[in-house]
Design a protein around this ligand. Structure first.
Ligand SMILES: *[C@@H]1O[C@H](CO)[C@@H](O)[C@H](O)[C@H]1NC(C)=O
Length: 486
């Protein structure tokens, strides 16, 4: 009896897989992109630090980091935790805000049509309010709160953490051009977003962006204070180009045009990530090229080169795809390269269509349609069109992950004054092979390995850890897909 039942179940599952394959694997039309979009933004709420507003959508989240900044005599309450830990890192936080702002600008109509603009604005403002606190003094930028070593030695939710909230900053004698320039980019990009909503706030952001850019380029240096977690391997030239691009887009001032034409360094790359931003800047500047600014031709060539080095059918294709077709750059938060490519392919694809252009890769032409199809394929893989037949977004689609590597989601809600033993925390909540206590709704996890294989365990962190910038890069592509104009 038991045997027969199991046999029957196996057959049914096989049929189910075939039916799912027909409806989802092939067409991809089975996904509720609007739901995925909504959830992708909810995840950013889960990453909020500080005093939470009463209208939060995650009942298991509470106030945390309420003394952040105190060790340095400043107020640094607020901002975002980057991933599954409780540290606030400046570089990825700023990149998250820049890329989310980019989505809000470029896919403004699509986000509004989905009814998500208020949530996106509030997600951006959660970052920019924090950056305004972190930049109160000229040429001083607070770039980190929390001690990564002690934080990582404790599996505690931020609401109950007692680990030291060490404060790091950059200034004229401890420069950090990557972080200063990325924060400048975040402030400039968000100033465009807020222009139509609050011009006072928008102007404040733009003024800070300008000051941070001057600081970044007049006190050049790489900051190693966020190493080994957010160590910039690519140097700061990409962030300087990125910041100048956003400042020019936000202000149209000739000083940024001059910088872009005469000083900025550009390079052909095949990746867009928290560390490497050239391709994003090149694609944004290509729009000015298409509009007639021929001095930006090199940027446009580099943008084409990015596309040609990523597209699988291009003769110059350089990057590796899993057998199931997902971009795989390296293990650990790999889906950032997937959502990053989707964002760039979508934006460039839409620009090619708007200006009636094509990309030439060694004599082979690619038009808007091929770029948008590739962007959609990358997003569909994450949502469920993949060899494992499962979703990599928590709380969305078929068989989504249950064990995100995330302190707040895996530890049950405790009384605010509960003292947690760091030693016992791993035994109690990390190594137990059970689903997380709280659903980390909308988090896109690091994702499968290069063979499309995924292990849904809290301790396989390279696969199960979420990051704010994986999601911020997904918002534009999901909004586009939700608008049915893909
Ligand atoms: C606009 O921004 C300013 C500066 O941050 C703030 O004081 C003001 O309350 C905001 N106005 C509205 C209508 O939100």
């Amino acid at each position: 009896m038991g045997f027969l039942l199991r046999g029957f179940a196996a057959v049914s599952l096989a049929w189910l897989a075939i039916i799912q394959g027909l409806f989802i694997g092939v067409g991809g039309a089975g996904f509720n992109y609007k739901d995925a979009l909504t959830k992708s933004i909810i995840f950013l709420e889960a990453q909020r630090s500080g005093k939470l507003p009463p209208n939060g959508r995650l009942p298991w989240r509470g106030d945390s980091g309420m003394d952040d900044g105190k060790l340095a005599g400043v107020d640094l309450v607020g901002g975002y935790y980057d991933a599954g830990d409780n540290v606030k890192y400046g570089l990825p936080m700023a990149f998250t805000v820049t890329t989310l702002s980019w989505a809000a600008i470029f896919y403004n109509n699509e986000i509004r049509a989905a009814g998500e603009m208020d949530n996106v604005l509030s997600a951006i403002k959660w970052g920019t309010d924090y950056f305004l606190k972190a930049t109160l003094k000229k040429n001083d930028l607070y770039v980190q709160v929390g001690d990564p070593v002690q934080d990582h030695a404790c599996w505690v939710r931020p609401e109950n953490m007692k680990t030291p909230r060490t404060v790091l900053k950059i200034d004229e004698s401890h420069p950090g051009s990557e972080i200063a320039a990325e924060t400048s980019a975040a402030m400039a990009a968000s100033s465009i977003v807020f222009r139509g909503y609050n011009s006072t706030y928008s102007r404040r952001l733009l003024n800070k962006a300008k000051l941070l850019f001057v600081f970044a380029k007049s006190h050049k240096g790489t900051y190693d204070g966020e190493c080994p977690f957010y160590c910039s391997f690519s140097g700061y030239n990409d962030e300087l180009l990125w910041a100048a691009t956003w400042l020019y887009k936000a202000s149209k001032k000739s000083e940024y045009l001059k910088y872009l034409r005469e000083e900025a360094i550009s390079a052909a790359v095949n990746e867009f990530s928290w560390d490497l931003k050239y391709a994003g800047a090149q694609i944004i500047l290509s729009e000015f090229f298409f509009q007639g600014d021929k001095s930006f031709e090199t940027f446009k060539k580099h943008a084409d080169s990015y596309i040609c080095s990523v597209l699988p059918d291009s003769p110059y294709s350089q990057i590796s795809l899993t057998p199931g077709g997902m971009i795989h750059m390296r293990d650990g938060a790999n889906t950032q390269y997937v959502t990053g490519a989707a964002m760039l392919f979508d934006v460039y694809g839409d620009l090619l269509a708007r200006f009636n252009q094509k990309v030439d890769c060694g004599g082979k032409q690619f038009d808007s349609t091929s770029l948008l199809a590739f962007g959609k394929k990358q997003m569909d893989y994450i949502l469920g069109s993949n060899p494992e037949g499962r979703s990599y977004m928590v709380g969305f689609g078929i068989n989504p992950p249950k064990q995100a590597h995330h302190r707040g989601a895996s530890v049950p809600v405790l009384p605010p004054d509960e003292v947690v033993s760091c030693a016992m925390s791993f035994v109690n909540w990390f190594t137990k092979n059970v689903p997380n206590a709280n659903e980390l709704t909308g988090a896109i996890l690091g994702g499968p390995d290069r063979y499309d294989k995924f292990t849904d365990k809290r301790w396989t962190s390279s696969m199960t850890e979420p990051c704010t910038y994986i999601n911020s890069l997904a918002v534009g592509p999901l909004a586009k897909l939700a608008s049915h104009k893909a």
